[in-house]
Design a protein around this ligand. Structure first.
Ligand code: VAH
Length: 315
């Protein structure tokens, strides 16, 4: 069976649905610090557990005879800046618990998400390579860089089969994101439908690597289904799909949404965004385990607006 820790988050919600589609509802156990209201959690096994509590995680692994764990619980970049100590504790202790369960052969395989946040202001900003200078300047980025080092260490020293990808900013309509810097690219679609205008908390030329959620879910399951020997990088793979600035995204939305306008009021998240790359080279993932993305900015924009119009009409 599969256990998803942090199942109620922006990625976890869609990951739960997709994994249950593939492996069957009863083979995919959702868990989070509290039960989510979304439809996907009303059917199928759900465990309320604290990802930092080893006893609770171990109990769930034993109760459901878990083989694979997707550890999706974490504080993201903006929130982590406001709670550095808690962010470090949650992001790292949850990882150690799962790595140690695998080291003790209580689970067989782990997915752990890293992020483009592992890169910092001294990293080459365009087409950032897989191997490069990484001096992350955010608490979240520091925790993800440290986590990558531990994943590679547990693979090399104890043969733990942990697999990881560096997510770019993720855009989806099913579940709101939680405390990220790239979340402007989700907010903008809601505001386009509600107000036909958006006040952006990043400046107009802030280029960032982004991806539609369906592509992120495809990559997550793709790397977990890859043959073990094909997963050659055991820190974390660069992953990329599209890169754009708020201005480019607003222009794309205005083509679908007549009269849409944007204004810019950068806040504390501007400094976080400025420390990250604008575009990523993910050729290693494409070479090693056949990664490819499906959504470009136009297709994502049409899909987001179409689905959000329906979702917001229901409220
Ligand atoms: C954040 N969406 O903004 C997350 C992600 C690359 C960005 O880590 O913190």
């Amino acid at each position: 069976t599969i256990l998803i820790i942090g199942a109620c988050g922006q990625i976890g919600t869609e990951l739960t649905a997709k994994l249950r589609e593939i492996y069957g509802i009863d083979n995919v156990i959702a868990s989070d610090i509290r039960k989510g209201e979304q439809e996907v959690f009303q059917t199928g096994p759900f465990e309320v557990l604290d990802a930092m509590n080893l006893e609770q995680v171990t109990a769930a692994v034993e109760k459901y005879k878990v083989d694979e764990v997707y550890l999706m619980a974490a504080l993201l970049s903006a929130t982590a800046e406001k709670n550095p100590a808690f962010a470090w504790d949650l992001n790292m202790n949850s990882l150690f618990h799962v790595l140690n369960l695998a080291k003790e052969n209580k689970i067989k395989k782990i997915f752990w998400p890293s992020s483009i946040a592992v890169f910092g202001p001294t990293t080459p900003k365009y087409n950032t390579p897989q191997y490069t200078v990484m001096e992350p300047s955010t608490v979240y980025g520091i925790s993800k860089q440290a986590g990558e080092r531990w994943c590679e260490y547990y693979f090399n020293k104890f043969g733990v089969d942990v697999r990881s990808i560096r997510y770019p900013g993720l855009i989806s309509w099913k579940t709101l994101p939680g405390g990220g810097t790239t979340d402007y690219a989700v907010d903008i679609y809601y505001k386009a439908i509600e107000d036909n205008t958006y006040k952006c908390f990043l400046s107009e030329e802030t280029g960032l690597p982004m991806m539609y959620m369906d592509d992120a879910i495809k990559a997550t399951i793709g790397i977990m289904q890859a043959k073990k020997e094909d997963v050659k990088i055991r820190s974390s793979y660069n992953l990329s799909a599209i890169s754009f600035t708020p201005k480019e995204l607003a222009t794309c939305i205005a083509e679908e949404q007549n009269g849409f306008t944007i204004s810019y009021e950068p806040d504390f998240r501007q400094a976080i965004a400025d420390s990250w790359p604008s575009s990523i080279d993910d050729s290693e993932a494409r070479k090693d385990w056949g990664w490819s993305h499906d959504f470009d900015m136009k297709k994502m924009t049409k899909t987001m607006l179409e689905n959000l119009k329906t979702k917001l009409a229901e409220i």
